[in-house]
Design a protein around this ligand. Structure first.
Ligand code: KIV
Ligand code: ZN
Length: 500
């Protein structure tokens, strides 16, 4: 019989910490339900003490999700644990994830403390969390750079205090796979509570050196039985281990003898949903879910695949939910077809929201022949902009080679209409200058990315922008078949997020 690896998804906590990836509560519930359908065992829903929004999201996700365990993060601080326990009150299965830094640099510089005191604080936090919930996970932050002998003492102490899972994060993504694997092996061999089955070890690897998945697998092969992962590998800095990679490694390498509960056919739709809601593009060559992950471009490879698909494919795209025969939506598709396709992608729309999205779909389908999954996910999220104070009414740009571009813009600001025009060095420059003639603030455009158009000149272009205002950075997103309009929408998205 094969062993079971528990999948702990932290897309909504470590993943959502990424600047520009913040979701509102409704969007988080949508992702959480999709994670439940995907089959994850634990959903880390947030860090409740960090903000009222996080607190509220943990409550709402707890209500919306049935069988996965809902987990809330805390520091080893009583107030954090009180707030987390309160946020988890509606969860059917709940876990508190508490912890403290254990590497010498964390102990000295972050806590101005010493090793013995850190063990005391760790034990006290676990015991305190145990007053509220049975299932307590402890994280030894920066375990990757913590000396193994001391780490084993910490793990032994927290397991004795009642921790059911002990997380060994490679917080800085520093470890080599053999080093991380040896760390897990050392703990398995030197901590009595682990061999006695009182707790399991968890991996939590960051990707700073591109080794997150390799380190996670090294941990699993040496005895860890929970892996902490995110969809598309999103997360702090270079990200976390990606769920899809771990799930597919274990599916492709049956010989390892470890299974997960992941319904792999839901991987691709989940990836699309997270990418679309977080406005976080997936790199084209990303393993499993990248646009090119199953594309064979060289002649030799294409020839081989046509003769026998196994020559160059180690997994079937259908196994991860990529369906080449998916229905393509056009202007003649009905509401039911749109509803069905959205449902396959994990978005359930009914009533007025479905009607509104369908009307937008018809407008888009008039502009492009075929409407793809990215487009309809974008349309389904478009109502997020409806509540914004600043809206784009119209935009007209005259541009060409050898002439200066001129833009006229109309804005609706909380119901009042404004118009302005400007000339500029190209259409986007002209349009943004015209916008700034209405909104006269000291804003500086810091980053401007146009996502590559992949499927034809009528495709929707996606723009990400970062604008600095009043000492803060704001992230905005726009999507439109007209790339200049998408750019202005992204700029307006930033403005709508300004704190004052
Ligand atoms: O990377 C890390 O150490 C973490 C902990 C808070 C679990 O995210
Ligand atoms: Zn982390």
């Amino acid at each position: 019989m094969s062993d079971r690896l528990f999948i702990f998804d932290t897309t909504l906590r470590d993943g959502e910490q990424v600047p520009g990836c913040q979701l509102n509560t409704v969007e988080k519930i949508q992702v959480a339900k999709q994670l439940e359908a995907l089959g994850v065992d634990v959903i880390e829903a947030g860090f409740p003490i960090s903000s009222p929004g996080d607190f509220n999201s943990v409550i709402e996700i707890s209500k919306a999700v049935t069988w996965p365990t809902i987990c809330a993060l805390t520091r080893a601080v009583q107030k954090d644990i009180d707030v987390a326990a309160d946020a988890l009150r509606e969860a059917k299965h709940k876990r508190i994830h508490t912890g403290i830094g254990t590497s010498d640099s964390h102990i000295r510089y972050k806590f101005n403390s010493n090793r013995e005191e850190i063990i005391e604080r760790a034990v006290a936090a676990v015991k305190y969390a145990k007053r509220y919930v049975e299932d307590v996970e402890f994280y030894a932050e920066d375990a990757g750079r913590t000396e193994n002998e001391y780490l084993a003492r910490v793990v032994e102490a927290v397991v004795k205090a009642g921790a059911t899972v002990v997380n060994i994060p490679d917080t800085t993504g520093y470890c080599l796979p053999q080093e991380y694997g040896a760390k897990i092996k050392y703990l398995m061999e030197h901590v009595d509570g682990l061999s006695a089955g009182k707790a399991i070890l968890s991996t939590h690897c960051h990707n700073d050196l591109g080794m997150a998945t390799a380190n996670t697998m090294a941990g699993v092969l040496n005895g860890a039985r929970q892996a902490e992962v995110t969809i598309n590998g999103i997360g702090e800095r270079a990200g976390n281990t990606s769920l899809e990679e771990v799930a597919m490694i274990l599916k492709c390498h049956r010989g390892i003898g470890i299974d997960t509960n992941i319904n792999t056919q839901k991987i691709y739709p989940t990836s699309r949903m997270v990418s679309s809601l977080m406005n976080m593009p997936v790199q084209p060559n990303k393993a499993i879910v990248g646009r090119n992950a199953f594309a064979h471009s060289s002649g030799i490879h294409q020839d081989g695949v046509l003769k026998n698909v196994q020559t160059y494919e180690i997994m079937n795209p259908k196994d991860v939910g990529i369906d080449d025969n998916a229905i393509v939506l056009t202007a003649r598709s009905g509401r039911a077809a749109l509803k069905h396709r959205l449902s396959v992608l994990g978005v359930e729309l009914e009533g007025e929201r479905l009607d509104a999205t369908y009307q937008e779909f018809l407008k888009l389908a008039d502009k492009k022949k075929e409407v793809n999954d990215d487009d309809i996910l974008m349309l389904a999220g478009a109502d997020r902009a409806a509540a914004h104070a600043v809206k784009l009414d119209y935009l007209q740009v005259t541009t060409g080679m050898g002439v200066k571009s001129v833009a006229c813009i109309g804005l609706d600001i909380a119901g009042e209409k404004f118009e302005a025009s400007a000339s500029g060095n190209g259409p986007v420059d002209a349009a943004i200058k015209a916008l700034k003639n209405i909104i006269k603030r000291q804003m500086v455009l810091k980053e401007f990315t146009i996502q590559a158009i992949s499927k034809g000149s009528d495709d929707v272009g996606k723009v990400h922008m970062q604008v600095e205002y009043d000492g803060h950075l704001y992230y905005g997103f726009g999507a439109n078949t007209d790339i200049v309009t998408a750019s202005v929408e992204a700029y307006i998205d930033c403005i709508n997020k300004f704190k004052k």
